[in-house]
Design a protein. Structure first.
Length: 146
């Protein structure tokens, strides 16, 4: 399990919605995580540690520890980012319209801390037809125990 001694908000079991200022997040998060999670950055395609990763387990929010996706919902989408066809539970994530960069997209935010994770598109595989295109740097992976 990932250790987060500088982040008092991190928990893989607490589902309480967090209301933490960006100034506070900036104090407790690594710069790379803060940039994507709080400033809505995007890692370059094919550079993240999970884009082609095939381990069995659970993906958590790197900001707050919220469970987000299971590996059995991950698929190779060739877009260069880790892609999933469904979240681990309906309230794991929330959605917001994103019209930045002249595009009309649906942003995916962590359901617990509201951090930017990526975007969702309607070109994924069955059974949902969704492609949750996530940034690796805001995900943490915990392998299943044997």
């Amino acid at each position: 399990m990932e250790q987060h001694p500088a982040n008092p908000y991190y928990s893989r079991t607490d589902t309480t919605i967090l209301h933490v200022s960006d100034a506070e997040w900036k104090k407790v998060l690594p710069d790379s995580v803060y940039w994507i999670a709080r400033e809505k950055g995007t890692e370059r395609a094919f550079t993240g540690r999970y884009w082609d990763f095939e381990g069995l387990g659970t993906y958590y929010c790197a900001v707050c520890g919220n469970p987000l996706f299971r590996s059995d919902a991950k698929f190779g989408s060739s877009c260069g980012w880790p892609s999933f066809f469904e979240a681990i539970r309906p309230n794991s994530v929330r959605y917001q319209r994103d019209t930045s960069y002249g595009m009309d997209r649906t942003e995916v935010l962590c359901g617990r801390c509201g951090s930017h994770l990526g975007h969702v598109f309607d070109d994924g595989p069955p059974p949902t037809g969704k492609r949750f295109c996530m940034n690796s740097v805001v995900l943490e992976f915990e392998p299943d125990r044997k």
